[in-house]
Design a protein. Structure first.
Length: 143
């Protein structure tokens, strides 16, 4: 298989797919079950009239999921590695928000684990991209 190929036969494709499905799920859940979604996030919703705030988060999650899906369908590994590394900031900020505002700090761990997962997947994508670049350079040199 060509080292430049990136798709369903690549482990990182499926690791990104996990994040994609999770973001799509969280986005839809935020619109359908906003109280449950924000509780699972780690911050309780004190007034159901504030559901629109949960919808803002759901909109963010849905956009990220659709964006990741588009990059996967287009097989844009390099763009995905940039997105994975830059998006690590979101779960870190989410964890800080939970730690600062929630009575139960336990849900902050899911955000921290998410940031670590993003870092690992981003690093794996980076390594694949570097290997593909080496193969390209050899092909050009010997071509």
């Amino acid at each position: 298989m060509n080292k430049n190929y990136w798709g369903p036969k690549s482990v990182t494709f499926w690791l990104v797919g996990v994040v994609t499905l999770l973001m799509l799920f969280l986005g839809v859940k935020g619109f359908i079950l906003p109280e449950a979604a924000i509780r699972d996030f780690g911050i309780p919703l004190h007034d159901t009239a504030d559901r629109y705030l949960v919808h803002i988060k759901a909109d963010r999650d849905l956009f990220i999921g659709i964006f990741l899906l588009a990059l996967m369908v287009l097989r844009m590994r390099k763009a995905l590695l940039v997105v994975m590394f830059t998006s690590i900031l979101m779960p870190i900020v989410d964890a800080i928000l939970v730690l600062m505002n929630a009575v139960d700090k336990t849900p902050s761990w899911i955000h921290i684990v998410t940031a670590v997962y993003g870092l690992v997947v981003g690093w794996m994508l980076y390594r694949e991209e570097q290997r593909a670049k080496i193969v390209d350079n050899r092909t050009v040199s010997f071509g």
